[in-house]
Design a protein around this ligand. Structure first.
Ligand SMILES: C[S@@+](CC[C@H](N)C(=O)[O-])C[C@H]1O[C@@H](n2cnc3c(N)ncnc32)[C@H](O)[C@@H]1O
Length: 130
């Protein structure tokens, strides 16, 4: 077994067969990347693979100049919804059965889904949230 196959065999987290469209909120980015928002006001930030995250919209609303890139931005809002809805549902259904994750922040898969829906509805306010 080569190193890549060994790593995959040992992986105990959620196994995904493709990149999924799940978006995090500004607060989740802040916590994950240990951002200090007050230090970013009026600065330029590049969010690569921003996807259906609301980071860009929320950051710009508070004076941080964020530009997000993602291949999905070539799709319509409806096209993005058509991909992100089943992705969120699939991850929501599967993630509670994977014991590796700690739930100290999200508490439950339902609450994690609420975060994702919040991010999505900020990104696409005119589209029904997943
Ligand atoms: C799980 S989402 C993460 C979205 C966001 N960064 C977040 O944390 O909420 C992964 C994103 O990576 C994007 N992606 C995949 N391949 C990419 C590439 N080659 N260049 C830029 N974005 C890519 C997908 O379209 C998808 O939106």
């Amino acid at each position: 077994m080569d190193a890549g196959a060994e790593l995959l065999a040992e992986k105990r987290g959620l196994r995904l067969d493709r990149v999924v469209l799940l978006g995090r909120t500004f607060e989740e980015y802040r916590r994950y990347f240990l951002l200090k928002p007050e230090e970013l006001i009026a600065r330029d930030v590049l969010d690569v693979a921003g996807g259906v995250s609301s980071f860009c919209a929320e950051a710009n609303a508070c004076g941080i100049r964020v530009i997000s890139f993602d291949p999905i931005y070539s799709l319509s809002a409806e096209g993005i919804a058509a991909r992100s809805e089943p992705d969120l549902e699939a991850v929501y259904r599967a993630i509670g059965n994977v014991p590796i994750y700690r739930w100290s922040y999200y508490k439950t898969p339902e609450r994690m889904r609420e975060f994702r829906q919040c991010a999505y509805s900020i990104l696409c306010p005119t589209t029904k949230p997943p």
